[in-house]
Design a binder for this molecule. Sequence first.
Ligand code: FES
Length: 576
Amino acid sequence: MADRKMKLEDLRSQRWYGANDLRSVSHRARSRQLGFSKEDFAGKPKIGILNTWSDMNTCHGHFKQRVEEIKRGVYEAGGYPIELPAMSLGEIMVKPSTMLYRNFLAMEAEELIRCHPIDGVVMMGGCDKTTPALLMAAFTMNLPAIYMPAGTMLRGYWAGETLGSGTDTLRYWADRRAGLIDDETMENAFGGTARSHGTCMVMGTAATMMSLAETLGMTLPGASSIPAVDSNHALMATASGRRIVDMVWEDLRPSDIVTEASFDNATVVDMALGGSTNAMIHLIAVAGRAGIKLDLEGFDKISRKTPVLGNIKPSGKFLMEDFYYAGGLRALMGRLADHLDLSALNVTGATLGEAIKDAKVYLEDVILPVDKPLYHEGGTAILRGNIAPDGCVIKQTAADPKFHKHRGPAVVFEGYDDLHARIDDPDLNVTEDSVLVLKYAGPVGAPGMPEWGMLPIPKKLLEKGVRDMVRISDCRMSGTAYGTCILHVAPEAHLGGPLALIQDGDMIELDIPERRLNLEVDDAEMTARREAWIPRPYPYSRGYTAMYAAHVTQANEGCDLDFLHAGAETPEPPIY
Ligand code: FES
């Protein structure tokens, strides 16, 4: 039984259901319209369940079943569940980029919670942007909230080979472009990476962000590592439903759980997992909604002293299903205990230290010992220099070590269409030492900062066996991707950042150990180029995309909408 700090009359939903006025009578009567009597809901916490299921979200196919399991838990604990569909943001189908709509979902989730009679909320997400979007809403609304992660797919498998989503399909795609395999082989290999419900099962953005949601304390302990189709996942859904009802009575809110130390813990875990570079943007945005300011320097400081222990693709060898059998996130955090603030709280009201005290590592080659890490420092490094005065990122563990220090001439593409048109041109002046540069692919310029950052290797180099090159852009890269890809260059080219001024043949120097990315062009020449630079028009003048472009912040600031951080708190809706 929950420790009841909250009285029935103080529940937020009582404003809708509890009064004896025209509106409340109507609310009660209309619940009967749905088949619920007064006994079903009177005196019970109303639990919103934000469900990001849709036929277009290939990773959330099991949410129709899971939502029933959450509802069962809510009923068991004496609550009244209210399912609310929210934009599902399936990474595969949504164009031009789910990142364009992360803030849309964050706003929708916030307003869904605000405008309905909800006392606490279970948020169902997993596919890439859904996790940060739902957490952004949870921290903004600050009602009792549990995040229920979708879990990852089973291991990919085809023709005797274990395959990782994205990571291995991209490898097969490169082989197809090099003429090494035929179309049928490619189709079958791709199909082999989609064997069950659940998110991508490498340490991509989905697995990273689900793990970080747990590290922040916003899931039940152990929730993020359970594969989507494991029966333990259904048990976790029901347990989340039960727990949220108690959280309402305990009045346990995100602001009681999450502190700056929780975000440091999340950064440590991200680095030790070799997590997606996208996590840098999302953590800044999520923290911003909790009133906590994170910056790239803070990430780099933690990266410098955190070893990569998760031997998971794309940085390592195994997949998320293996990670679960190895003990999962709790076991990894157990190994990292010296790097974590164990007093941080979670949705159970207990500490991280209590959550991981019995955790064990069962497979030593999947979760590596601290003295035998996959890499001596964190997966993501932050770079600076005259190309990116406001910073950029690289997943150093997914880059060929021979490029960690590199100097080469730029081959420049003035946008994605230009890249698409010329990358396989036999006359393209490019060698393995060249540095491929893609402009106008940032938050505003693309728009929506798509995952184009793993620029394709030119076909003529693929045919010679080249599989990695240094690549620079102001866009993002899928967390499942790999290669020496420098991403999130800020300010972006569309806003006139120095990236816009790079020309073919300019020498570029990359030094990851020294965290440096420099264009070897003198100041006078850069000034002349800047004066000659012509800004590009923005093609969208109406609708959400126009609003997004006018207000989105740069990658180093989290790509949130600026007006969501300004102004007074939105008041509770009046009930008329
Ligand atoms: Fe949904 Fe990869 S497509 S997580």
